[in-house]
Design a protein around this ligand. Structure first.
Ligand code: LLP
Length: 402
């Protein structure tokens, strides 16, 4: 569900009129709905339980949105965290998330980051999701110096092609992510890597904004085969994140729902793994977008409009520095006026940045707006503010909750 709704042609967010919410705020700003956030987290975590997955752990991927109130709310509901930098790790810890619910992904963990993660809390983090042999070696070295045992999981590169934008597909052999099966098997035999590390899991993450499940099922088959072939009693299988959301009404019907996703995952695990063994490790998930995507919008005001020959431009005060997804992935975000009208024109909604890609939508059907009118850019809760920059010396947009 979306927090947005039109009543008598006025746009409401979580039951409050948008123009009233925006009245005293500087635009552009991000606006989040706690209610929607709770809905998605609960739906996701309950679906895992409903499908009888053994002690599922949701490690929310902070990169999607690391706002401190978002994290506080998720912590309250029991969420763990998937982090990819010491900055994210510190934010998760500050929100009170138990280190034993934190997994650390990413190909470039530095010695400093590894040391910090190893030493936080009593026992360090739940798992380093290792992406290379070199990284494993370094973790072992640091753990030895610190007289600790590091908990590690191998991220398998399952060699599948996830159907999504090429910039956010991550499970193929040519991608920098994960380790090939043969390399994992070889590393397991190299005893010098394991004096101060212990293998507790295996992980996969094949891409983001996934709408169909074929590649995911294939990847689960691959990780299951690997898990069954090695002589280690794993504590968990980390299935990553990636479940997509509907950015358009048309997408909604084609999308995999949370329930279907969980059922598909549970069935695949049963078929390829649990039915073949007595030892069933728990499942870890790293969802980002599905938890926070739909809870947020970017609120902006029209600066002016402009006509060049047959082209009409609605120029707004939000730009690609606030929300880069359309410019970077040609992502579609709905643009909605605060006041609806039946009379529509075709217009390009563009921002203030000096780049042609600073465009939120071309030839969109919108009412003829004028300076000061409010619009929202929908579904901006995930990968919005976290990817914002101060390009063109612009301020980073403030985030508010209703
Ligand atoms: N786990 C790992 C290891 C990841 O790399 C990612 C996302 C996630 C979990 C969370 O994936 P999600 O559930 O959010 O799909 N900026 C892009 C998306 C990049 C995703 C990067 N990795 C966008 O705006 O579409």
């Amino acid at each position: 569900p979306s927090p947005l709704e039109y009543k008598n042609n006025n746009l409401y967010f979580d039951g409050k009129r948008l123009d009233a919410i925006a009245a005293k705020k500087r635009t552009p700003f991000y606006l989040y709905s706690k209610k929607t956030l709770r809905h998605y987290y609960e739906h996701f975590s309950k679906a895992a339980v409903k499908n009888n997955l053994p002690s599922p752990l949701v490690c929310y991927a902070l990169k999607a949105n690391s706002n401190k109130d978002v994290l506080a709310q998720l912590k309250k509901m029991g969420s763990g965290a998937d982090v990819v930098s010491v900055g994210e790790l510190k934010k998760a810890l500050k929100a009170g998330i138990d280190p034993q619910k934190i997994v650390f992904s990413g190909v470039a963990k530095t010695a400093e980051e590894i040391r910090f993660a190893l030493k936080c809390g009593k026992k360090g983090i739940y798992s380093f999701n290792v992406e290379s042999i070199e990284e494993l070696q370094l973790i072992n070295e640091i753990a030895k110096k610190e007289k600790r045992i590091a908990r590690v999981a191998f991220r398998l590169n399952p060699q599948v092609s996830a159907k999504t934008h090429k910039h956010i597909s991550t499970g193929n052999k040519t991608h920098k992510f994960g380790l090939l099966k043969a390399d994992i098997v070889e590393a397991l035999e190299a005893r010098e890597f394991w004096t101060n590390t212990t293998l507790v899991g295996l992980s996969i993450h094949i891409g983001s904004q996934l709408t169909e499940m074929k590649a995911t099922v294939k990847a689960i088959e691959e990780i299951s085969k690997l898990a069954l072939s090695i002589d280690v009693a794993l504590e968990f299988l980390d299935l990553g994140g990636g479940l997509g959301i509907d950015y358009t009404a048309e997408e909604k019907s084609k999308l995999t729902s949370i329930d279907t996703y969980m059922k598909t995952v549970a069935d695949a695990l049963e078929k390829y793994y649990y039915s073949k063994t007595d030892h069933c490790p728990r499942v870890v998930f790293e969802p980002g977008r599905i938890i926070v995507g739909k809870m947020g919008v970017l609120v902006s005001r029209v600066v002016r409009t402009k006509v060049s020959d047959s082209n009409h431009f609605t120029i707004i005060d939000a730009g690609m520095n606030d929300l880069i997804r359309p410019a970077l992935y040609e992502a579609y975000h709905e643009v909605l006026p605060a006041q609806a009208s039946k009379k529509l024109i075709k217009t390009d909604i563009v921002g203030p940045i000096c780049e042609t890609s600073d465009c939120f939508g071309s030839k969109r059907k919108l009412p003829a707006l004028s300076a000061g009118d409010l619009v929202v850019i929908d579904n901006a809760g995930a990968y919005g503010q976290t990817m914002a920059s101060s390009y063109n010396e612009r301020e980073i947009a403030t985030e508010y909750f209703v």
